[in-house]
Design a protein around this ligand. Sequence first.
Ligand SMILES: [Zn+2]
Length: 714
Amino acid sequence: MVVRKQLSTLVFLVLVSSVLVSRSLTAQSAAQPAVFGYADFAAQAKIEQEFLAVPDAKLAGQHLKTLTAEPHLASSPEDHKTAEYVAQKFRAAGLETEIVPFRVLLNQPKEVRVEAWDQSGKLLMSGPTKEHVEGDPFQDDPRVVMPFNGSSGSGDVTAEVVYANYGRLEDFDQLAARHIDLKGKIVLVRYGGNFRGVKVFIAEQRGAAGVLIYSDPQDDGFSNGDAYPQGPWRPETGVQRGSVQYMFEYPGDPETPGVASTLDLPDSARVSPYGSQPRIISIPLSYHDASPILQALQGPGVPKGWQGGLGFRYHIGTVEGQGSVKVHLVSVQDYQRRIIWDVIGKIKGSEFPDDWVVVGNHRDAWVYGAVDPNSGTAAMLESVHGVGALIKQGWRPKRTIVFCSWDAEEEGLVGSTEWVEQNAKSLEHAVAYFNTDVAVAGPDFSAAAVPSLKEFLRELTRSVPSPQGGTVYQQWKINSASGNERRRSNSPPVAGEEVRVGDLGSGSDFTAFFQHVGVPSTDISSGGPYGVYHSVFDNYAWYTQNADPNFVYLQEMARVFGLEALRMADADVLPYDYVAYAREINSYIEAAKHKASDQGLSLDFASAQAAVTRLSVAAERVRGLQIAASGDLPKLNLALRQAESDLLSDAGLPHRPWFRHPIFAPGEYTGYAAVVIPGVNEAIDSKDQQRATQQLSVLAQALTRAAQTLEGAR
Ligand SMILES: [Zn+2]
């Protein structure tokens, strides 16, 4: 079976390369390059073919096993050991490697306690219950950190409970419409629908004293299929840990927004952490622990859509004194400035050493992190293996490739954010940032990207074989058609596109690159049924049983990831598609216009629309230059890269200056999902006509700057 698969892969590689070669021959006769960004792809096709043959499924499996042998929470000794392992692999491949430390504020739990009583004073539960299933070999390690929320406040609170569904803005608004006062209450919400930090953010705004966040079986448990260890879904005691940092205000070290928290940064340069940190307590729960609380809640029945998968009718539970449940929460969090370690490995470019192609994945995990994130690390190490094989033959990329293993992503994208803040100047001309986080949870490839790199990803995945046969692109297409994409299909389909590439919101390490310093970015993943996210059960046993027993998807992702770096690093012309970018921005403006008129706002969209039209025209002309790929290419590349930087606004978004991209940001009320043209849309959402007008003008100026740069390109 395995042998046959490898054989068919080999045959496939030969076929792909011959197809590519013949495509480039036809293309030459038609005076059109076969691959966007290359005048003649033949030489590059050969390099890519050599690269694709190297990433090894078995070796990737060994990396995964080593990296996930012990729990390795950011800043722990075990986390440092994984940094050493990655650094050693980087060095072995010939990368110039260093471990870069930062000193950042992180909490670790000293005590977490939840107790609940019904109206008569009967004890309903006392927890949290230890995560446990029959036969998991990893669950009993004493180093497994108790379930807690990164950035939670400390405290001791006893109060009545109110159930608030997913804790979305509309859920809280429904409670408000029923005159349910949350002041001093404990809000019980389920995971899903938004980023957990948003649930706490709104609860805090509404005056709640604490938040319990539990995993409902409807969302990632038995309602979807068998729970672990019978299947991939969340078992009864499984808990989703996670950060509740207000990353949509700014990510990274909460005490150093915009500044790198290097070891020598004086404490006087640090600010109050509450710009991105909640003051109230929040605690994550399994449904084993949440169920007795929910079941005892009485009061009004829940609105439509609020009923979850537990076997009883849910109630909001807030009639004072009647049918109420009292909960006692204790959260003792040990906040310290702790050391974290990024691992950075470079191969210097032969022609444009200052133009970096940055490739990254985080390494730290809440517990073992087999899927999140070490499937990504294992894949990246095999990408590095492949690049190393080329280096050993004397090959050098034209641009510098920088491989990065980030630390403390889980706490708030900390390692990547601090490194970006430290290297902001150099990154002004970095040509791309390629991210992967949850690289493999199953067989379904998906991606998100800046619109200018969506076609780059589609084209590239046509050169990589899929373990299911054919190319990654072909499988992606089948998957898109069946509506099976599990993540990131948040952007509307565009006519003529076979596969959808999502938009970049937040929730992983591309955030600082793309939204703070304007480096064009992508994020790739291979998804599947995955119910053990951020629990002790996201471990090697679960992975080999459910996600990828033969590690062939690690191999696939290693190939795609490495190929992104190679193709970008060696391109004659940067393969940015501004035509598609302008088209997408135009559709965002159209949608915002409709929304504004639906809300009865009278806004003038004319200058923003004129600016995007101008960008579109300039992009069409530049596309001709990109395809011709002749003349002063370094100058053309400079303009292509500059156009993305032109979009950034110095002032940043209203209330959150760290976010400087006026086209994409994480939503203040969605957190993970991208809000497009956020300044404009969030002003419309809050019916603020003056701010919307001002943000439309910011947008028009940004688009005009980018258009002017492209118009000047020769
Ligand atoms: Zn992750």
